[in-house]
Design a protein around this ligand. Structure first.
Ligand code: ZN
Length: 324
């Protein structure tokens, strides 16, 4: 971890000010989809809180220990070995320890990333602490959606939404961490739509280029020749581990065709395919594109809810895309 992390300036400022004015609360929950850097941010805030200079300076003893993961006043609660969820057992030892004052810092920081994994019993145990917290305790939670938190826990937490990263911020991360060319960086920035993790994932995934090319061919086969076979092959069950990338690529091509169709060429993401996408735009109707995009999103939704793969893909996706 460097002594600064990219983006989320409002959140950083909030903690800097609260530390400066000594107005820090007891529980903060960072909300945002996967890839938004929530757990990096909780580590960074924890470092800021224990830092002897209250700013994650990176050079004081507390910062060095926090960065090495060995600061005695920062604790992570994770599922127990072999378990997927955070059960009440996992929080029990933390609770036993919570009334022991911090060793080095003014505060004791408890980090629970992916709070959606905390079972109601575990959340209730944490609630008990939050009802009358020792003055030095700070909980930092991350959650994909606030819906996954018990209302009672939510009402005792300050909810903070992770903000989309700017293209400049994502560009900075990509040029620091990858050896992509300028054009590749521009595509990843546009494609990732503010999600820094997604941009890094695309950049480091060789398979992604292949998926993207195949998705493009599948869309063109549909629109140009009314052939659905490439799409059926692409989305068959053996490719299910890549289905979310496949759906995203399909969606990005349809979206680009739609943008061209309504005269917004400047916003196209897949610029390297722009010419062929323009030709496709002349061959289909906006209404059909909108319906196909809606069904793509619905398929994503079904798959996220673990609805039977074939049902989601053949039942929803293939039917509507066939009409393009
Ligand atoms: Zn420091």
């Amino acid at each position: 971890m460097s002594n600064d992390i990219i983006g989320q300036e409002n959140i950083k400022k909030l903690f800097l000010n609260s530390l400066k004015n000594d107005t820090l609360g007891h529980c903060y929950a960072l909300e945002g989809e996967s890839g938004m850097g929530k757990s990096l941010m909780t580590d960074y805030i924890a470092q800021m809180v224990v830092c002897e200079n209250h700013c994650a300076c990176g050079s004081c003893k507390s910062c060095v220990m926090a960065q090495a993961g060995s600061h005695p006043d920062i604790e992570h609660i994770v599922p127990e070995d072999g378990k997927k969820n955070i059960g009440v057992e996992a929080v029990r030892s933390m609770i036993a320890d919570i009334y022991v004052r911090p060793y080095m810092s003014k505060r004791k920081v408890i980090i629970i990333n992916n709070f959606e994994l905390a079972m109601p019993q575990a959340q209730n145990a944490i609630l008990k602490v939050l009802e009358e917290p020792p003055e030095y305790v700070l909980f930092l939670l991350t959650v994909s959606s606030e819906k996954d938190m018990l209302d009672t826990v939510k009402s005792r937490s300050v909810m903070l939404k992770m903000q989309p990263y700017t293209k400049a911020e994502i560009g900075r991360a990509l040029s620091e961490k990858t050896s992509l060319s300028k054009d590749e960086i521009a595509f990843s920035c546009a494609y990732a739509a503010g999600n820094i993790g997604k941009a890094l994932k695309i950049a480091s995934n060789e398979e992604f280029t292949d998926i993207r090319n195949k998705s493009f061919s599948a869309v063109m086969a549909l629109i140009d020749e009314h052939r659905i076979l490439p799409l059926i092959n692409l989305t068959k069950k053996e490719n299910s581990k890549n289905i979310s990338s496949i759906l995203e690529c399909l969606l990005s091509f349809l979206r680009d065709i739609m943008l061209i169709r309504i005269g917004m060429e400047d916003s196209v993401i897949n610029r390297d395919f722009a010419e062929k996408l323009s030709q496709a735009a002349q061959k289909t109707e906006p209404e059909k594109l909108v319906r196909a995009m809606q069904d793509l999103l619905e398929t994503e939704n079904y798959l996220r809810r673990n609805i039977n793969y074939n049902l989601a893909v053949s039942g929803v996706l293939l039917g509507s895309l066939e009409e393009l």
